[in-house]
Design a protein around this ligand. Sequence first.
Ligand SMILES: [Zn+2]
Length: 155
Amino acid sequence: MQLAEVYEKLEETSKRVTPQREQIIRIFSDHAGQPFSAEEIRNFLRAGFGEVGLATIYRTLELLTDLEVLVRETVGDGRAHYHWPVDEEKKPPVMVCMRCGNQTPIPEERLGNIESWATQSLEFQLVDFELTLYGICRLCHIREQRRRRGHESIS
Ligand SMILES: [Zn+2]
């Protein structure tokens, strides 16, 4: 799920996106698939945000579970843990060849430029992105050139 969808869901149920809620949502979305207890979330918040009471954290976790943003599970110690479901549909950034269909992943460090340009230069509050480059891969390009040269020598 994308963060924008979560905020929409909160708005639909007329729940405000308080700074605490936003922080909690972010911790989960940054660690998709990883389960956390309310205590662990409190420690996370304490380190980067500030002291938030366990009752408030529990209420937020239950609210997010009701909204199907988080998944609740009870693990070995009997305490509830929550996690952000891993989005299987999200496509990793790739370059796709329109001739052979070959897909080449775009390395993370190449994406940093786009992110900093959007967030810093444009002050665009980036939530998520999908990126696919379409074109002709090197091998197909070479093959095409050879074919063209072949035709030229015949004619
Ligand atoms: Zn190709």
